[in-house]
Design a protein around this ligand. Structure first.
Ligand code: DGJ
Length: 727
């Protein structure tokens, strides 16, 4: 025994008494710098996170003022539970001998240039007593001012260990005040922006839905550092987790008024059993620090997302006609052929067939049955999907289809055949969300089945141009027949199973555009978007609500990723208003075209043509949120194309007051020294453009400093203005 202990003791003496050379690690974009430093005891601390300093040697001064202490108030980079971490830890592990303490010390770090713009830093930390290793990863995107951080946990203990905390990131701030903006709501009321001051203690935003990240709150946030977040000035941290499952952001203000921000998978009911030799990789936490408010932060996120994250981020997007709102489950081949014709008539690129096309023993005539049985319903579609794809091709449009392959109805052949593929408690009454259950994606056989649903459709219909992938139910009745005594791994392994399927789909069908949908906006995270070209933000398509919903999502996502459909929600709003709202994002229609008056149909057709002409400005330009819908009765947004040559301004009057004083809309992002011609576009047939500014030429400076009288006192009124550089 003594013999065994001696080397450990000697090692400890050496480690604790030898002055370890201090390592300073700089992780930087062009605008933001994170500095980490080791202390005498080898542990790693955050020394600085803020705007990048021009003079490199200025960072040396930080040692004197901000030198981290190795006590409970210290800013340890990846603090561990079970030691003197008195606040919320980033990492917690129960060793297989039952000991719950881990002390991580610096071993090495490595900096790799991935490209001119992207640098990856990996820091290896180890426990001196147990064979446990944590690697901290930081990937910086210099021009876009984005940092991703995640960790990899592994060990070589004799048996499995349990990890109870496994954050992707831990960041610290010292300011007088902190304000958190969260994006909360419910089904059809997504992303309401609420801001509150953070005082001593913890505020958590999290979800426990299993198969989706959000229902009541979305996996992104903004923190105003010093002041409440503002659009065009002030320091803000904007962060989001790339994980299509349970997430948790913890904001803890400690006894010294430091703010600690911990981001990662929600470890609730998910203390992970990790086998020796296996690596547990946490999802990426993606953040930007803007010193010019949320507007700049959003533009950086949008650019980064298009350049690096979203499937086909730089590519085009398809306009479409969807049938969900106009037919629901009530259609047959003939009706769909009519809709395919209408798709062509509108000038949209594609017809998208939604829910209700499958199931024979239990036909999908409502949401009560049929999910899982992906064979076309014979008496609705006697010639199957191929006949519809052919009809679309004949008509000169593309064809897309809805699936929800992770789910099963209790009334389905799939459930009858494979009850062991379903997540459900074996010994309790089942709870159904939308009459359905979730398939157990931790099981490789289920992964194979889900991949097969897509692969079969694509093999049978090589011309199939688009998938809308829905996921309506959170995981209920949490129990995996496959994982047996490792039920604690299910929440994590479900999402990993999903990614395995999506990886295979992306590898085999790299150019297939896909919409990520989850009963509205339940899946709006950046890891999901690696596999999807766009997402469905909400089942609420009332254009007034959409002004708020789109404003909320635009904080984090670029317009080409946000599907916006014109529907018949809110008949008080004209078709022009509805179209003008949807044209900000990825345009689609989900409306009975035949119910529209002739002039409305003509308007929609010409709006699609206008959209095609101008979409590049929204898709690859910069977005400026000019007037917030939260601030009153009007809202305005503009997009400025690359090179500042073209721009589109969208101005909406929602419910103005009688004889309200109207303020001009001041543009942003233009070249002040250049001249721009303003044209009012997207008008109903026969309507004349606003005389006050239509056709006039202004300097960029005038448009930004003085602005245009684009608002009116008319209810539910909208204007689209095109700005073209003329010299
Ligand atoms: C929920 C989606 O959000 C809707 O757009 C529609 O696809 C339905 N599911 C179909 O069941």
């Amino acid at each position: 025994m003594r013999k065994k202990l001696l080397p450990i003791l000697l090692f400890l003496i050496v480690v604790t008494h030898t002055a370890v050379k201090s390592e300073t690690i700089h992780i930087a974009t062009n605008e933001t710098e994170l500095v980490l430093q080791t202390a005498q005891n080898g542990r790693l601390f955050q020394l600085y996170l803020g705007p990048r300093l021009a003079a490199a040697d200025d960072y040396n001064h930080l040692t004197a003022t901000m030198k981290s202490k190795s006590d409970g108030q210290s800013w340890e980079a990846y603090p561990v539970s079970g030691t003197e971490t008195y606040f919320e830890p980033a990492f917690g592990l129960r060793h297989n001998d039952g000991n719950m303490a881990t002390v991580l010390t610096y071993v090495s770090h490595d900096v790799k240039k991935v490209s001119d713009d992207v640098t990856e830093t990996v820091i290896t930390l180890k426990d001196v007593l147990y064979p446990v290793q944590v690697k901290l990863y930081y990937r910086t995107f210099a021009k876009d001012n984005i940092i991703e951080s995640w960790s990899e946990i592994s060990h070589n203990e004799k048996k499995a260990v349990n990890i109870s905390h496994y954050a992707s990131s831990m960041l610290y701030w010292k300011r007088a005040k902190y304000f958190l903006t969260e994006f909360s709501g419910d089904w059809a009321k997504e992303v309401n922006m609420n801001t509150q001051q953070l005082n001593f203690g913890k505020k958590m935003i999290d979800s426990k839905l299993g198969a989706r990240a959000s229902l009541h709150v979305s996996p992104f946030f903004t923190v105003g550092l010093g002041d409440a977040p503002r659009e065009n000035d002030g320091q803000v941290l904007m962060g989001t987790l790339g994980w299509t499952g349970n997430f948790r952001f913890t904001f803890e203000v400690d006894n010294e008024n430091n703010l600690r921000v911990i981001s990662g998978i929600n470890p609730e009911a998910a203390d992970y059993t990790l086998e020796p030799g296996k690596v547990f990789a946490t999802p990426t936490f993606i953040f930007t620090l803007s010193t010019q408010g949320t507007g700049k932060g959003s533009r950086d996120l949008h650019r980064w997302a298009r350049n690096y994250q979203i499937k086909d981020g730089k590519g085009d997007r398809l306009t479409l006609l969807n049938n969900w709102e106009s037919t629901a489950f009530d259609f047959d081949e003939k009706k769909l052929e009519g809709l395919i014709e209408e798709t062509k008539y509108l000038g949209t690129d594609m017809f998208l067939l939604d829910d209700g096309w499958f199931g024979n023993k239990y036909p999908r005539h409502s949401d009560t049955q049929g999910l899982g049985d992906w064979q076309p319903t014979a008496n609705k579609l006697p010639n199957g999907v191929p006949a519809l794809v052919k009809a679309a091709t004949r008509t000169g449009v593309k064809f897309g289809i809805w699936i929800e392959p992770e789910m099963v109805s209790a009334k389905s052949e799939l459930f009858e055949k494979h009850p062991d593929w379903v997540i459900m408690l074996p010994n309790r009454e089942r709870y159904y969300f939308r009459n359905q259950l979730v398939l157990d994606l931790s099981n490789p056989a289920v992964q194979e089945h889900v991949f097969g649903v897509v692969d079969h459709l694509m093999t049978e219909n090589p011309q199939l141009a688009y998938l809308k992938w829905d996921c309506n139910s959170p995981i209920t009745n949490i129990y995996s027949p496959y994982l047996k005594d490792k039920q604690n791994n299910l929440y994590v392994d479900y999402v990993r199973g999903l990614y395995k399927v999506l990886d295979r789909i992306k590898a085999k069908y790299p150019n297939l555009p896909m919409m990520l949908c989850s009963g509205g906006g339940g899946r709006t995270d950046y890891e999901g978007l690696r596999y999807f070209t766009e997402f469905w933000p909400s089942d609420n398509t009332d254009p007034v609500e959409r002004l708020f919903i789109q404003w909320g999502y635009s904080q984090f996502f670029p317009s080409k990723a946000i599907s916006c459909h014109v529907t018949s929600w809110n008949h008080d709003a004209s078709i022009k208003f509805r179209v003008d709202v949807a044209m900000q994002g990825k345009l689609g229609f989900d409306i009975n075209v035949k119910e529209l008056r002739e002039e409305e149909q003509t308007f929609c057709k010409s709006a699609v043509a206008t959209y095609n002409r101008l979409k590049k400005i929204n898709f690859s330009g910069d977005q400026y949120r000019l007037v917030s819908p939260y601030d009153g009765n009007h809202t305005a947004v503009m997009y400025v194309g690359e090179g500042q040559k073209n721009a589109v301004l969208y101005a909406y009057d929602v419910y103005p007051r009688y004889a309200e004083n109207l303020l001009p809309v001041q543009c942003q992002g233009l070249n002040p020294a250049k001249k721009y011609r303003v044209t009012e576009i997207n008008l109903m047939p026969g309507k004349t453009p606003a005389e006050a500014f239509n056709g006039k030429v202004y300097s960029g400076e005038y448009l930004m400093k003085v602005g245009l009288d684009a608002f009116t006192t008319s209810k539910l009124h909208s204007r689209m203005l095109e700005l073209e550089m003329v010299d």
